[in-house]
Design a protein. Structure first.
Length: 323
């Protein structure tokens, strides 16, 4: 397996200070140390080629976990191995096989064109010239950034910079890619472009990718497996579709009628959440969707009908709301 994590923990030290000069002086000489557990003994394994969505609220421990997997942070306790290596030992052999992209952090030189950063990465990762040119050409074409490679990074739009960040991270063809909010702040066109690129990269290169994102569309479109972390604890690890099936137990059916339909004639099919006589919205059990829909079409004068699943944003809100 590519990644193995066992009982991983990480805490941060901090202190509190009241307002005013006296509190500042008191804190200077008698600072009380407090601790917050960012990650509380999580365990999981990830195989080659998996595309995993890492979901959680702000402060849940997602970024801290990625930083421990990439060796930026040292765990307080527990065991983590990536490609058989211990990340915080920061061995060059491992560092050349993964990449970390953080949507709110820049790895490109701000005052230089992106191509200069690419050439620097070529030297750092000792990428052969032929491989460098092939990878650059391929990714520039896929992300449509050929026309901006020689423009100063500070003059690029957020979407353009994010595309260049991905290219910089992938020039050395890493086996593992850690993505922390790669589409944050991007417009819908740029989000789709990056999603399409990541899906293609995962399928062609068989790369293992862990993605954190608050955009559930990213998770839905890209990840077969999701892990949900809350207050440093892993509360779900499984297939995306199973999560939706377990927590999205109801489907919503919206209908318009060719003629008025009595409310009591609808109540036998499901719970009514909206009724207007000429139209209605009801909820039905997910597992009986086909059966009930067939009965509705047979027994009622339906002009139009649409069926909706509970979206993942709503499911995630409900999960966190119950904790």
């Amino acid at each position: 397996m590519i990644i193995s994590v066992k009982n991983l923990k990480k805490s941060y030290e901090y202190s509190e200070k009241g307002a005013g000069v006296m509190n500042a002086m008191r804190n200077l000489f008698n600072r009380e140390k407090l601790y917050v557990e960012a990650v509380k003994g999580i365990s999981f394994e990830i195989d080659e080629g998996e595309f995993v969505g890492f979901i959680g609220k702000n402060g849940a421990g997602k970024t801290t976990t990625l930083k421990m997997l990439s060796g930026i942070l040292t765990p307080a306790s527990g065991e983590v191995r990536v490609l058989g290596h211990i990340p915080f030992h920061r061995e060059a052999k491992l560092q050349k096989q993964f990449a970390l992209v953080m949507g709110q952090k820049n790895q490109l030189w701000w005052d230089l064109p992106a191509i200069e950063s690419f050439i620097l990465n070529k030297a750092i990762y000792e990428i052969p010239e032929k491989e460098f040119q092939e990878n650059l050409e391929e990714m520039s074409e896929l992300l449509d950034i050929k026309d901006i490679l020689n423009i100063q990074v500070r003059q690029l739009s957020l979407g353009e910079r994010m595309k260049c960040e991905l290219v910089a991270a992938l020039l050395h063809s890493p086996k593992i890619l850690f993505l922390d909010e790669p589409t944050i702040g991007l417009d819908v066109v740029s989000q789709k472009k990056i999603r399409d690129f990541l899906r293609d990269y995962n399928e062609r290169k068989k790369a293992t990718i862990i993605l954190t994102s608050h955009y559930m569309e990213d998770i839905r479109r890209l990840c077969n497996r999701v892990m949900i972390i809350d207050h440093g604890t892993l509360i779900y690890d499984g297939e995306y579709r199973k999560l939706q099936a377990q927590h999205g137990g109801q489907k919503t059916v919206e209908m318009t009628f060719l003629e008025q339909v009595a409310r009591q004639d609808l109540e036998i099919f499901g719970d009514i959440i909206q009724y207007q006589g000429s139209g209605a919205t009801i909820t039905i059990p997910r597992e009986k969707t086909a059966e009930i829909t067939a009965q509705l079409l047979k027994k009622l004068p339906i002009d139009d009908i649409s069926i909706h699943e509970k979206d993942m944003e709503e499911i995630i809100r409900e999960i966190f709301g119950r904790r």
